[in-house]
Design a protein around this ligand. Structure first.
Ligand code: PRP
Ligand code: URA
Ligand code: MG
Length: 215
């Protein structure tokens, strides 16, 4: 499925990652384990996202007075979470990027129609100068991520500076998102076969926000 587009970066499906997904997919997993093991996958997504950023050469002297020909990151970043479930990914980004700025976009999917509704946005003033990690663990129909990305673009963010970090996707969502934004990289931990009749990812993890925050 990731062969659909070079802009879909699927985490390597190692046994380690499958083990983490097996825990969070199980309906018998309680909230504290769901949070702990989701956070481990989120950390992998953040690291993969950071790998996409451009660097410039940067030499340093080691304590042996020898030059190490290194690199340093170029440019400024920020995170933007799609509230509520996307907020679960903020700490993983903070753990890797000290004092990173975070914006929020509150979008909720209508439970009957699965159509997204935008309620609120609060974004860094200088977001158009930044690389943006868009955070949402679930990509189902793609409606929420598309709406959030339209908000970012309306604020002047260049599509090629947006990286969408996503824990689990459905093929429908990937296709819908890339039809609109072919140049935006989706970095995902897994791609499930389909959506069910209620537009839930199948087999999926259920309602991610409920499992992470409230049940
Ligand atoms: C979930 C999820 C995504 C969206 C994905 O959010 O976090 O934002 O659905 O579905 P889509 O691709 O079909 O738009 P939901 O609106 O259920 O709210 P929550 O984050 O509060 O759980
Ligand atoms: N949102 C979720 O939390 N889970 C799904 O399967 C689809 C949307
Ligand atoms: Mg949501």
């Amino acid at each position: 499925m990731s062969s659909l587009s070079p802009n879909v970066l699927l985490l390597e499906q190692t046994n380690q990652l499958k083990g983490l997904f097996s825990i969070i997919r199980s309906k018998d997993t309680h909230r504290s384990d769901f949070v702990f093991y989701s956070d481990r996958i989120i950390r992998l997504l953040v690291e993969k996202g950071l790998e996409q950023l451009p660097v410039e050469t940067h030499d340093v002297q080691t304590p042996l007075d020898v030059t190490y020909e290194g690199v340093k990151f170029l440019g400024k970043i920020c995170g933007v979470s799609i509230v509520r479930a996307g907020e679960s990914m903020e700490q993983g980004l903070r753990d890797c990027c000290r004092s990173v700025r975070i914006g929020k976009i509150l979008i909720q999917r209508d439970e009957e129609t699965a159509l997204p509704k935008l309620f609120y946005e609060k974004l860094p003033e200088d977001i158009s100068d930044r690389y943006v990690f868009l955070l949402d663990p679930m990509l189902a129909t793609g409606g929420s991520a598309i709406l959030a990305t339209e908000v970012l673009i309306s604020r002047g963010v260049k599509p090629e500076r947006i990286f969408f970090l996503n824990l689990l996707a459905a093929p429908e969502g990937i296709v819908a998102y890339h039809d609109k934004f072919p140049n935006i990289k989706i970095i995902t931990g897994g791609i499930d076969p389909k959506l069910d009749a209620k537009k839930r990812i199948e087999p999926g993890v259920g309602d991610f926000g409920d499992r992470y925050y409230s049940i």
